[in-house]
Design a protein around this ligand. Structure first.
Ligand code: NAG
Ligand code: NAG
Ligand code: NAG
Ligand code: NAG
Ligand code: NAG
Ligand code: NAG
Length: 838
């Protein structure tokens, strides 16, 4: 919700069309046969009517050599379906006319009790349908529901029950129900690698259907009347895990899984790592499921990130046994960048060579904000074996003889077992050969290349209708007609200029649909070449993140180079810290802004195959929207980076100077850690609310980074904190914050933390600020910093003392005079640099 409300962007309007809201209409199956066996009255369970089968429904029973049985007591279970049963002493068939071909579920309900001489717990029988052996040598000793799904291509479906030996068979209820086509797709990932194709033709038996971190979901709470069981019984080490529930957060998206794939009670609960106390946690959350040897299993993982506060925060690995099924899974990229949208993943195992399957989720070694891994739901479906059976002794498709001796059946089944093993071996070899390494769907880049001055211009209106299902991100970066830009900026009205830089002027504007924008119009004479302009559009379009200022469109008509960005109502972070007379930000607001900016940078560093270095991190490049949400700007256009706030345009070089990584000077080598350094300077700037270079101050104080580190080391940081924060920062929060800033300013890049750690620590500092113990009020100064504020930290009253030569030199030079220093500075701060991935 916040995503939609937060930003007045047409992009998000497009996204919001994707939301299904809660307008879900239930599925009504074309074929829907529900029979309460042995009952003389219809039975309603969870809103569905099971027909009594000694009346209307008896027409489905083709060979009624059976007895009605009814339980002498209510002891056989909670469901009224289970009070009656039908006992078959001979081979029996149920036949159902099929009105719509396709996948159907057969659900068989068994709940044994004793009736006359029939002790149903001892019944031994086989069930087959459409040539598949669903159950063989089956005995139900407790209430059990067996669910199979078959693609029915004929006009009737026959389910046959055959007693084995001298035994009999029984049944309490049967369902034959159409399955919506969306439920099973033809292809899946294959383990250990490659793709599996042909699921549409497979017959499946549901062996596990589990709601991770949540309660049992009963049929009435599932649009397809499925039962989901809790996961606790399958967890290997429950104590390492935590269950989370936030059902209302689930966002069904039209192109994503629907309620039929799994209900919100499944997507809205999950199990995650319980690592809150330790940022270095590294362990797997593992579940174990018993399975039969020699079968392939379809494993469906259900994910929905209801724990992250924003996109691209959660990366984790998915393992099945010792194979990595997916590494570095980032759900945001799978859900059209909608948070908490459901996503599922199908995976087909090889033939099982063990009697259990272990499913694990674990944190990744890279890209970690919080080490975490989640799973919302899991379904494990057995696939029929090569002879069309779900039972190990597969040859024994019962012949209908009720007098087969038990010895005969043992011999028969062991011979059958050998044949099956041979067949399995052959099949296994074939499958291995057939497997190809295919590039996995969804990992490919979804960016549609832009051709400059080629192709047709899109009108603004078309962005609302041109959405392709491939990816929302791919449709961004729209070409905007020049007339629309003219209109938006009141024909480049000089009074609408909000910034000037080497690249050209920045105007505020408003598009025809009311979207407020910032328009950067490239000066045709600027050094910024066409190719660079193109690269920047491409980069900006790829890096979509709520904490990066978004590109709305561009215009390249008439040799113009115009970029249109979302408008950031509240301007730069810098203007809210000092020099503008804007109201002071609270400590919490400052922390949240720093956290937002850190997220944006973390995404730049890790959100893409190659790390991207911003190269010009500073408070003037952190912009705030109307809700004070921070977004990092100018990461694609840093050449002579024009500021969006007019007041600091001419001080770009000076400003950036105070942020520059000293190691860059020494080694001429830029890494992500250079951004971390600059960000550390921003952190102190936020804490102290003073310019990073202030030549009017005594020499030792001119450079904020140096001065703050010195104070921090002497334990005197409190002296230089923004006086308006006096008494409002909790001591723990300040300590965490300043330690983090200090680490960012380490001399050597290797000693600085990655952006993910910085982010984590800032969030921790926010928690420490907000964690008010019971009965402890916000203004309890005992825990607060501020009693010791000296009068002397009013910097504006300081007299200019000995100013460092460097600072003077920088101060004395306008930003855009074309001398050599400017050129080198421009180079330092200019092009967006992609460093090779690690
Ligand atoms: C079984 O339960 C039903 C209602 O749930 C009740 O009417 C009936 O008397 C019970 N039968 C026995 C034998 O307890
Ligand atoms: C059933 O199988 C046929 C091929 O045998 C396939 O074309 C069809 O799409 C399948 N239907 C469903 C619902 O799986
Ligand atoms: C039915 O058979 C099961 C398993 O052999 C046995 O445990 C149970 O006691 C029997 N019940 C009756 C009523 O005989
Ligand atoms: C299932 O549905 C019933 C009402 O239909 C509701 O009271 C119950 O809370 C639901 N359970 C879950 C787990 O949502
Ligand atoms: C998680 O499980 C996988 C597969 O068994 C294993 O390779 C990996 O090392 C495990 N990770 C941890 C942190 O134990
Ligand atoms: C399941 O049975 C069908 C039809 O007999 C067969 O084509 C398919 O290969 C079988 N599946 C497996 C995994 O062997």
């Amino acid at each position: 919700m916040a995503l939609r409300r937060g930003v007045g962007l047409s992009f998000f309007l497009v996204l919001s069309i994707l939301y299904l809201q809660d307008s879900y209409n239930g599925y009504s199956p074309p074929d829907n046969y529900l029979i309460d066996c042995g009952s003389s009255i219809d039975t309603t369970v969870g809103g569905r009517v099971f027909l009594a089968d000694n009346s209307a429904a008896s027409k489905f029973l083709s060979t009624p050599q059976d007895e009605l049985a009814s339980s002498p007591s209510n002891s056989t279970g909670d469901s009224s379906l289970y009070r009656t049963a039908r006992v078959f002493t001979g081979s029996t068939k149920y036949s159902f006319p099929i009105t719509q071909k396709g996948r159907h579920w057969i659900r068989l309900h068994f709940s044994p009790f004793s009736y006359n001489s029939y002790n149903m717990s001892t019944a031994n029988f086989a069930v087959s349908s459409q040539g598949f052996v669903l159950l063989n040598s089956f005995t139900a000793t407790a209430t059990v529901v067996k669910e199979f799904s078959l693609n029915i291509t004929s006009s009737s479906l026959v389910v046959e029950f055959k007693p084995l030996g001298n035994s009999f068979s029984f049944l309490n209820a049967i369902e034959v129900v159409s399955v919506p086509d969306e439920l099973i797709q033809d292809d899946a990932y294959a383990l250990p690698s490659g793709n599996f194709q042909g699921l549409l033709r497979e017959t499946l038996e549901t062996v596990y259907r589990v709601n991770m971190g949540g309660p049992t979901v009963s049929p009435e709470n599932d649009t397809l009347w499925r039962t989901w069981v809790p996961d606790v019984g399958f967890l290997v080490r429950e104590s390492l895990t935590k269950a989370v529930s936030n059902i209302r957060a689930v966002n069904y998206v039209t192109d994503g899984p629907s309620h039929n794939i799994a209900p919100s009670t499944v997507y809205g609960t999950l199990r995650e790592m319980d690592s809150a106390s330790d940022p270095n946690s590294n362990f797997n959350v593992t579940w174990q499921f018993n399975v039969d040897l020699g079968f392939r299993y379809l494993i469906r993982f259900h994910f929905c990130d209801i724990v992250s506060k924003s996109l691209n925060q959660l990366y984790f690995n998915v393992y099945v046994d010792s194979s990595t099924a997916v590494s570095n899974l980032d759900l945001s990229t799978k859900t059209f960048n909608v948070l908490a949208a459901p996503y599922y993943l199908d995976l087909v195992t090889g033939l099982t060579d063990k009697t259990s399957i272990r499913v694990s989720m674990g944190p990744t070694t890279e890209n970690v904000v919080y080490p975490n891994a989640i799973l919302n739901g899991l379904e494990i479906m057995k696939m029929n074996n090569s002879v069309g059976s779900f039972s190990g002794d597969s040859s024994a498709v019962p012949s209908g003889s009720t007098s087969k001796s038990s010895i005969g059946s043992i011999v028969g089944s062991s011979i059958g077992g050998i044949i099956a093993l041979v067949l399995i071996g052959v099949l296994f070899v074939c499958c291995q050969k057939r497997r190809r390494r295919l590039t996995r769907q969804g990992l490919s880049k979804s960016w549609i290349p832009i051709s400059i001055n080629g192709g047709t211009s899109l009108t603004l209106g078309s962005k609302y209708s041109s959405r392709t299902t491939a990816s929302v991100a791919s449709t961004l970066g729209y070409r905007i007609p020049f007339v629309a830009v003219q209109e938006a900026t009141n024909n480049f009205d000089e009074s609408w200029v909000i910034g000037i830089g080497g690249f050209g002027k920045v105007y505020r504007g408003e598009l025809a649909d009311g979207t407020k924008v910032a328009v950067k119009r490239g000066n045709p004479k600027s050094q910024q070449g066409l190719a660079e302009f193109q690269t920047e559009i491409e980069m900006l379009s790829q890096f979509r993140h709520r904490h990066l200022v978004s590109l709305i469109g561009y215009c390249d008509e008439r040799n113009e180079m115009i970029l249109v960005y979302e408008y950031m109502e509240k301007g730069t972070l810098k203007s809210h810290l000092y020099g503008s007379g804007l109201p002071n930000l609270s400590w919490k607001e400052r922390l949240e802004i720093c956290i937002g900016a850190a997220r944006g940078l973390h995404y730049l560093h890790t959100g893409y195959a190659k790390a991207v270095i911003h190269r010009d991190v500073k408070s003037a490049n952190i912009l705030l929207n109307e809700n004070l949400m921070a977004k990092v700007a100018d990461f694609g256009l840093s050449k002579a980076g024009p500021e969006l706030d007019q007041t600091h345009v001419s001080t770009a070089v000076k400003g950036s100077f105070g942020y520059l990584d000293p190691e860059y000077f020494r080694r001429q080598q830029l890494t992500e850690k250079s951004d971390v350094y600059s960000f550390g300077v921003v952190l102190f700037e936020v804490l102290c609310a003073r310019p990073v270079i202030d030549p009017t101050l005594p020499r030792e104080r001119v450079n904020l980074a140096e001065w703050a580190i010195k104070c921090q080391k002497n334990g005197q940081l409190e002296k230089i904190i923004d006086p308006t924060l006096a008494g409002k920062i909790r001591r723990d929060s300040l300590r965490k914050f300043s330690e983090t800033a200090e680490k960012c300013l380490a001399d050597y890049g290797v000693d600085r933390p990655p952006m993910g750690d910085v982010l984590w620590n800032l969030e921790y500092a926010l928690q420490l600020q907000e964690a008010v113990p019971q009965g402890d009020q916000e203004d309890n100064s005992g825990n607060m910093i501020g009693d010791l504020f000296p009068q002397s930290n009013n910097f504006s009253n300081m007299e200019a003392g000995n100013v460092s030569a460097v600072a003077l030199e920088v101060e004395g030079r306008p930003a855009d005079d074309g001398n050599m220093s400017d050129v080198s500075m421009n180079q330092v701060f200019s092009q967006l640099m992609k460093s090779e991935g690690r």
